[in-house]
Structures are given as C-alpha cells and as structure tokens.
Design a protein. Structure first.
Ligand SMILES: NC(=O)c1ccc[n+]([C@@H]2O[C@H](COP(=O)([O-])OP(=O)(O)OC[C@H]3O[C@@H](n4cnc5c(N)ncnc54)[C@H](O)[C@@H]3O)[C@@H](O)[C@H]2O)c1
Length: 440
C-alpha cells in the first residue's frame, strides 16, 4: 500500500515515534531551519502563480556532510563534523560563507544557505545560496591545526565547490587567511591557480579592496536609509551593537564617524555601557589586542540590561536567535538593523512589529559582504582590479536601490520589510526556476 506521503500532492510530515529524527520539512523544533520554513510560509500568499513552485525553496538542493579528521599537535587524531549545503542554484552558482563554531549544526547551515539564496536574490547578484561550516571552537586550535582543518575540509567539499559551482567566503571565525588556505587547497587539487573559488581573500591573492569592511558598510548604508525614512538624524543617534567582530565593529565605526553615539556593545565575553558614547577606534584597537571587548574601561552590564538599553538603533551582529519573545518586549530602540544572519525569531519579529519598531532584515541589511564578494569574483575572472572608491560607490548604489525597492514593496503590500524582501527575492528565484523548467 502506498503511504499517504507518497500519494498526496502535499507531502505529509512523519511525526510518529518510529521517526526519531523528523523530516526536514517539519518546522517544529528544527532550530534555524524551522524559522526559515516559517518565513517561507509567511511569504507564500504574496507569490501569486509562482507559489506553485514554492516547495523548491523548502528543500535544499544538495547537502554534503563530511568527516574532517586531523592530527593535533600533541599527536592525537581528532574528528570534526563538516557541512556544505547548496540550497538553491536557479539564479547562478552557490554562494555563502564558511563558519567555524562549536555550535554549528546541519539545521543551522541549511538555514544560512537558504538565507543566502534569499539575500543574493534580494540585492540581485547572480548567485544561488550556499553555506558551510565545521563544528569546532577554533580558539582551541593552534594555527597549524587550524590550517590542517581548513585544508582537509576544503578537500572533502572539493567535489561540489568551484568558481562556477559554489564559491565560499568568510563567516563567523573564518577570515582572509582561512580563505587563502581554501583557495590554495582547491588549486592544488585541480592543478591550476583558481582565485575565483573563494571570496574574502587577502588582497595579495586576488582579494578585493573594501571586502573586509563591506558587510559593516552595508549595515551602515541600510541603517542610514531606514533612519532617513523614519526622520531620525544619524548625527547624535544612540546605537547599541551586539557582536564586535568584522560586521559589528565596522558598522560601529561608520556610525561613530557619522556622528552617532555607540552607547552599548556586547560580545561573547561581556556587555559594556557608555552613555556618552564609546571611543570606537580605541575599542577596536582594544579588541585587536585582546580578542574581546572585556577589559575596556566602561560600565559592565548584564546581558539582559544590554537588550534594554536606551538607544535609537540596535544592531545585532553576532549569531542567530538573539532577539526572542523574551527580550523583544523590552527593547527600546526605534529600529533594529540585522547585521547577523537570523538574529530575530519569528515571535520576536511579531512583537517588534506590534511595538512599531522597524526591522531592517538580514537578507538586505548584511548583504554588503556578498555584494563586494560578487565584485571580487568578477575582478578575479577578468584579472582587472578596481579602486576602493569605485567599489564603495557601487556597493552604496546597489544597497540603496535594493533597500528602496523593498521599502516600496512593503508599503504597497502593508507588510514588514522582511516579508517584502522575501517577496522580491523569492519571486526572482522562482521566476528563474520556472523559466529554466524541471529536468528532465
Ligand atoms: N563577515 C561577513 O562578511 C558577514 C556577512 C553577512 C553576515 N554575517 C553575519 O554577521 C554575524 C557576525 O559575523 P562576523 O563575520 O562579524 O563574525 P566575527 O567572528 O568577526 O565576530 C562575531 C562577534 O560576535 C560575538 N559573539 C559570539 N557569540 C556571542 C554571543 N553568544 N553573545 C554575544 N556576542 C557573541 C563575538 O565575540 C564577536 O565579537 C554572523 O551572523 C554572520 O553570519 C557576516
């Protein structure tokens, strides 16, 4: 007898105790991937006839799980879980970062890969979405161990990446050096130097000027546009930033330079409050020397107090799931600019909307990084490199245009900016899916 799952048009989700591991189509208890599925359900009513194709977005095209064994400096053999997920490649090759973090899961990498599909379509760069990660705390590894880990991981995912197939980039705890090792390993395996296989490389190796600052710069551009629409002056605005790494520190620096006051910062070690506004360049130098904001001269506050701080602009720039139903009712900001991927849960999103707090969603607010990654990839292919000024001008133009069109869609449909960004992006992905057709 055929099961109901195979006979009905809409797949039924197996929930019986016989299936200890639920289907990935079951949004409950699936972590970040479940949140993404809920976001797709929210946008589906706005997709018109393209909704026929929406199941495409609920299934990653390809997910690779790899074992990454390395010999540690002390002679023992350690194994790490590695992932590379290509969520959708309808609009072009997969594109998305690689994360090294002790909490990496398949659900997280799937969600991050899907958000990359949406992001790349939202800013209209010609990529699908992908993401990778290794479940490891890189702070526990020596530099030599980190290099061995990166090279073995790259070798294992070598079968699905490539300049025309899937192009990794940095994410949490990965940087230019990690990208250089990835590029070198891929090149060694393929027999010729292939700069276009990863972006976020060192400048000396085909990297792009402006790439390191691009995500934070995009956060600033989107924040400035959103502030203008709300009639909020950036000069004098109070800003709180969670996460003071690549994204958070650059965004903080640009807001600081524009006359805003960065009044609160949080990282994995502590939360600091400075009502008069931090000396942001000094704080950046402190983090460069110490690896954390901890120890910088300012008032230390609890994590709960950080979320309640009196500010105009709140920038989550650390990890996903940070703004929740628990802390959203106490947020005082007028707007949230999502530097991190997936920092706001759907319940928190609803609470912020009810409280009239504007949320500039990740898929647009942090798209500056992938936009300059796109510039890097184009420059690598042509072996012709642009000036930093040209790069920043093009970045600002793309980000402003994308934000303005999404703002307009939000106004027309009376929906949040997140739903509007998903309407624009999912329509683009599904139009590509439709005109390409199914094979065979
Ligand atoms: N780097 C990029 O170009 C880029 C592009 C798009 C999106 N993002 C997203 O931005 C976020 C930050 O990425 P990044 O590249 O700046 O990473 P990073 O590793 O440079 O910095 C991460 C920061 O978050 C802090 N942090 C970690 N765990 C925390 C916790 N539990 N509570 C508070 N702070 C915590 C760390 O201390 C650090 O300051 C991630 O969600 C990433 O996916 C990054």
């Amino acid at each position: 007898m055929m099961s109901s799952a195979s006979s009905s048009a809409k797949p039924t989700i197996a929930t019986s105790s016989a299936h200890a591991v639920p289907s990935y189509l079951n949004a409950d208890s699936l972590g970040p991937w479940g949140i993404y599925l809920q976001q797709i359900d929210r946008v589906t009513p706005y997709l018109g006839s393209l909704a026929r194709w929406v199941e495409t977005l609920k299934r990653p095209k390809r997910a690779l799980i790899v074992d990454v064994p390395i010999e540690l400096d002390n002679g023992t053999i350690a194994h790490y879980e590695g992932y590379r997920v290509q969520h959708n490649t309808s609009r072009g090759p997969g594109k998305g970062g690689v994360r090294f973090h002790q909490d990496v899961t398949l659900s997280e990498v799937m969600a991050l890969s899907a958000w990359m599909s949406v992001k790349n379509a939202a800013v209209n760069v010609p990529y699908g979405g992908a993401k990778g990660g290794i479940r490891v705390d890189p702070r526990t590894l020596s530099r030599a161990e980190l290099e061995r880990l990166t090279r073995r991981y790259t070798s294992e995912i070598n079968i699905i990446i490539g300049p025309n197939k899937d192009i990794p980039a940095p994410d949490v705890n990965t940087n230019e050096q990690v990208m250089a090792w990835m590029m070198d390993t891929y090149s060694m395996n393929s027999g010729s130097t292939s700069t276009g296989v990863v972006t976020g490389k060192p400048i000396s190796l085909g990297g792009s000027l402006g790439r390191r600052e691009a995500t934070g710069r995009g956060v600033f551009v989107v924040g400035s546009e959103a502030a203008r629409n709300l009639g909020l002056d950036i000069a004098g605005a109070r800003v709180a930033v969670q996460g003071f790494g690549n994204v958070g520190s650059v965004a903080a620096k640009l807001f600081h330079e524009a006359g805003a006051k960065v009044v609160a910062v949080q990282d994995h070690r502590t939360s600091l409050y400075e009502p008069a506004g931090f000396d942001v360049p000094a704080l950046i130098e402190h983090v460069a020397n110490n690896g954390t904001i901890e120890g910088f001269r300012a008032e230390t506050v609890s994590s709960a107090q950080f979320w309640e701080v009196d500010c105009d602009i709140l920038i989550p720039a650390a990890l996903e799931g940070q703004i929740t139903a628990e802390n959203a009712p106490r947020i005082k900001a007028r707007m949230v600019i999502e530097g991190a991927n997936g920092p706001t849960t759907p319940e928190a999103d609803d609470i912020l909307r009810e409280r009239n707090i504007l949320v500039a969603p990740d898929v647009i607010a942090n798209a500056g990084g992938v936009t300059v990654s796109y510039f890097e990839w184009v420059q690598d292919f042509s072996s012709f490199f642009w000036t930093e000024e040209e790069i920043n001008q093009r970045l600002v133009r793309i980000m402003q245009e994308a934000f303005r069109s999404i703002w307009q869609v939000a106004q027309e449909n009376k929906v949040t900016l997140r739903t509007a960004a998903f309407i624009v992006a999912c329509s683009r992905i599904l139009q590509a899916r439709e005109v390409r057709g199914l094979y065979p």
